[in-house]
Each structure stands twice: as structure tokens, then as C-alpha cells.
Design a protein around this ligand. Sequence first.
Ligand code: DGJ
Length: 720
Amino acid sequence: MPITFEEKTKQFYISTDNTTYIIELLDGKIPVHRYWGNTLKNMPSIENTNADFNTIYCIENTENPSALSTGTLPLEYGIYGTGDMREPAVSVQLADGSFTLEPEYLSHKIYKGKRSINGLPSSYAVNDDATTLELTLADKASNINIILYYTVFEEYDIITRSTKIVNLSEKPIDIKRISSACVDFYDSSLEIVHLPGSWARERHIERSKPNHGIMRFDSKRGASGHCENPFIAMCEPNATETNGDVYAMNLVYSGNFEIVAELDPFNTLRTLIGINSFNFSWKLNPNEEFASPETVMTYSSKGFGDMSRNLHNFYRNRLCRGKYQHSARPVLINNWEATYFDFNEEKILAIAEKAKEVGIDMLVLDDGWFGKRNNDDSSLGDWYSNKEKLPNGLAGLGKKLNGLGMKFGVWFEPEMVSPDSDLYKIHPDWCIHIDGRTPHLGRNQLVLDLSRIEVCDYIIGFLTETLSNAPISYVKWDMNRYISDISSTELSHRYMLGLYSVLEAVTSKFPDVLFEGCAGGGGRFDPGMLYYFPQIWCSDDTDAVERLYIQYGTSFAYPTCTMGSHISACPNHQIGRTTPFSMRGNVAMSGQFGYELDLSTLTVDEIKTAKEQVAFYKAHRETIQFGDMFRLSSPFESNIASWQYISKDKNEVVAFFFTITGKANTLHKMIKLQGLETDCNYKCAENGKIYSGAYLMQFGLPAFQNADYISNIIVLKKEI
Ligand code: DGJ
């Protein structure tokens, strides 16, 4: 059994194939965090460790002053009020105004499988391949229960956690903070890695050593946002891609989140992750319960590469769902950077014809097909075709595209309304606003209040109608502003619950449609969204060089099959850089491949290259989209970015090499491959050369550095 309870030591052992997580009930009452790391079958109970957990000046246990103090122990779920003065995992204001809880062990259940979290996205078990521990703590004085959930997915080396608060008292309470998970790393020298960024610069990698005190990464933007990601990794100071202890936590949530890391005076590093407690308060009436989002956690002693592969594998298999979860995704062309708002049916069909010639599977019609939208200042909410641009509507255009042998995809921004729209005229109160104040615009638009059921029904209604009446195989679901003008402490989370209910309804009504998430590029790239959308537009920055950083950083948590990535025109529209067509292709092929330019402007040579790119991608997309990814060289640390994929059957290797800026008079740099079989031979598809796995991993392949923007893909086949 992957979860056991030892009565004698009062310890819970939560075990994956390679790791163990241990909780001990101190005096049978208070859950203490004892261990998280490589498999450990026996842990002495806390009294038998000879360690000294008490310090001078701690708050004493009332019944037994010489007992260990919660102020210095590594706790499983830190609670303020009785001696633990660190950042609390939970904060609840009781009806009498006080905040103190003293939750102690009440009961536990261990069972096969996993329950879903009401109204929230979460990972799932298949054929009961997970085991769950529900650990119920009770605060007797207030009659508030806290339930800690742990689910272990043994073969994925993943443990998920979430928390529930149940109000069994007769009075309402206010939840001010509820962390999904809290981990106290005892005697820590760990460093912290997070993924900060901004619009067009999402998910860069930052690593630092925490000082004593509190570090905080969060979003108050109403979406997980461009500026932080709900991901954190703690690592040993010497951890690398291939070595060292790494602990990751990733929140399955797409709204305001917080990650708090506190290094206490005794060097315990407490990390909390959950809904943002900033301006948050949730009234819980008697007999009601509140469930936190889920946190996905993985540990590896083999560095960041193994950490990422654990998360990738888990997200592909136990978080993403639907028809496209495991099937190869189409190569698409999107008209956004080709035409922006300036298109009509004729122009779109011309792009499609050229795309068909190149071998592209699907055309995606982006923003501007509806209402009177010719720029970004009107019509969001008026989801009917603009007859001047599309005289035959979406249905007519879709039929013509299907006639060409192409699938049809359409852009929507369902959560928004333009003040200049019919919808706004009819329902001006449907936008998020504070009574008596004028709501603030972002990209000339307002946000619909998805905490209201009638607004959710309206969105489900127009999407159902549009997707039923036109041959639409793909939806790009965009969200182009953050949420301001919040009128209550519950609204931000209620918005997310509304959004998730809409996404559940629409994606289950249209199981054959491929949904791609988007939020001004990658402004809502998180595990919550991946539960509904198997892919997400990675960034509005389509520059090949910038994308090396963005995609490298994104891959820390998220698999390649989730990252939308397109070839666009040069000079690049976001940064003005000109990079070779081949490099743009090789970068875009390290993701969900597509094009986003006017193919009729390409040279004959470029069209030939495009045909080769599409054919190459189709031949190898199973390996790239669903194989194991190994990062070989970081653009954040060197001039060369490189990564590699190994197919699930381990027979094909596709390795990508990119040189960012060239240097005069240099030799090539050897890039060592990873994850191969030492004793097997691998044949290079391009030149027929045969290399041993040992050679490729110990000596490597050359990346040339004598010019800017060199890029290369090498395919190796295992000799069987
Ligand atoms: C932002 C997206 O990221 C772009 O790809 C494009 O769809 C625009 N919105 C359209 O307004």
C-alpha cells in the first residue's frame, strides 16, 4: 500500500516508486512534517531522534510545558495562535473575532482512488491508480475541522495535496487564508526557483537563495498572469539539470494565487501555496465547507530535468483530458500576425490555399470576425459574423475551408465585453464593477462577471450556438486583460468557479473540438487551464530568440505538447529582430507547431522550406509532443539553447540546437545528450553516421557558434 499508518510511531508513510513523504502525529495529536525525499522505509519517531526542537522564548504547551513547541517544529500545516509565529497555512476569523485554532488529529481515512474537488480542476486517477489519505484535524473549542488531502500517484512520483475547511459550529466564520499545501523544510539551505516574466516575456527562470524573512510570489491580477506562475521549486545549492535534490509545487488554479516562502530564524524554510490571501475573505456558514485548489508536488534527487519530466508525464496523463490528450495535434495557420483585423473571406481563403499547398491541416481565424470589430475598441460580446468581412458567415467560410481539405478554427474572447457593443447596451451591469465607480478599461474592454450564473449561461449559450452551426474543429479561448474593480473579498474566487463551470460545460458539449487557451499570449498558462485546454498559446512574443527563453522556462513545469508556438514574419512584430526562417521553424517545432504569417509573402525557397518543415514535424511530432524532454543547454546560462526528445518506445531521438549570437574565431561547443541507452547504437537520419549512446552522452554532438542564429535538428534512430 503506498500510504500506511504505523500505530506505534504514529507516522504516515506516503510512498511513490522512488520517494517517501512522512507525517508524524506528535503525541498522537499534532501533525509534524518529518520527511520528503528518496525512499525511506523507517524513520525514528521524533522522541527517538536525539534532536533538540525547543528554543528559548518559545510558547509552551499548556498541559505539558516541557513538550515540544509548535513554534520551532517543522509542521505539516502551520497554524497561528498557539506558538507557531511563522506565516500560517490557514487563517480563520471566528465569530468572536479571534483567530486562534488548535486543530488536533481527529481521524483519518486511506482509500484507493481520488475524489474530484467540487467545482475546481484537479488531477484524476485511472483504474484507481492513486491512493488517498484524508487526515482530519479538529479544533474542539470552535468546532472547525480542517481536512488535509494527500493523493499519491506512485508510478508518476507525484503527490497531490489540497485542504478543506468544514464549519461544524453554529456561527459563520471568515476564511482569510487557506493554503493548498504547506511544507516545512527542516534545517534548510535550499534555494528557490520561480518563473517570473511579463507580457511577451513569460516564465523566465530566476533562482535565488532566500534570506531570513519572507519571500512572496503571487498574482493579484485575476488570472495566474504573465508576471508569476503558480510554480515553485526548492533545490539544493548545487542542483543542476541532472543532479541534486529538487522539490516542486505547482498549483492547479488559474486565478489569484500566492506562494510564500519563509526562512525562519532556525533555518526551517516554510513554503505555502494556494489562493492569494490578499483581499480574500470567504464567509463560511454553519455546515458549509470550502475546498482549496490542488497542489501537485514532486521530488527528485536527479535535478531539474527529472523534476520536469515527472510533471510533464503527470500532466499529459492525469490532468489533461479529451480527444486530443494523446493524439497528435494539427499543424495550423493563424491569420493574426498575417492580417490583424484587416481581412475578408477572400483573403482568408487565399491564405488557406497556400497553407494547404504547404501541408498545413487547419486555418484559425483570429480576432475581428464578429460585430463591427475592425480594431480592438469594440464588439466583444457580439458574437455574430461581420457580414462585410464574412458574407457567408462562419458556417460558409468553414465549409469552403473543409472543401479545400482544411479544418477550421475560430478565436473567441468569451469572458469580455466592449463598452461599444450591443451586449453592453443590453446588460451594462454584467461587467465587473463597483457600484458608484466607473470601471477601469484594459485594452478598451471590461470583464464579464462570471460569478453570476446568468452571465455564465449566456457564454455557454452563444458558444453552443456558434459551435453547433459552423464546422468548427478548434477554439482559441483568449483573455486580454487583468481583472480590476473587485467589489468583494469573494469575487475573484467566485469568478474562477464560474469560469471553470463554463469551461466544463463547453468542453464536454464539444468533445471533438480542440481548445487552445490564451491570455494575451501566456498570461494564464497554468495546470488549472490544462485540465480544460490541452494546449495554450505560449506567448505573444513570436521572435525565435525570445521564444528560446520563454519555452525553456515554460518547460520547467509544462510539457511541450501544451505550448502553442508559431513561425511569424520578420522583422519580428514584437521586437523587430530578423532571424532565419529555418531557425523560426526549429523553435516553433519545439512546441505545438503552426504558422502566423502571410504565406503569399514567402519566397519560393521559403515555401519549399515550409513544406519540408511541415513534413518533418508530422513525421516526428509524436516524439516531440509526447516523448520525454531533456534540456541540454540553457539560454539563461550560455549562448546555446538545446533540448532533446526521446520517443516513448525509446527508439527515436530528436535533438534541437540553437546558437543565439555568434563569436569570431571559436570552435564548436559539444552538447551532451541525455537519457539514451549507453550500450545501444544510434544512427543519424541525416548523414547515416552511427554513434553509441555512451558517446552521445559522454562526448556529445557539436553546436556551431561561428554565426548568429544557427539552428539545427538532429534525428537519431536506435539500431535494434
Ligand atoms: C492576444 C493573443 O495572444 C493573440 O494571439 C491574438 O489572438 C490577439 N489577442 C487578438 O486580439
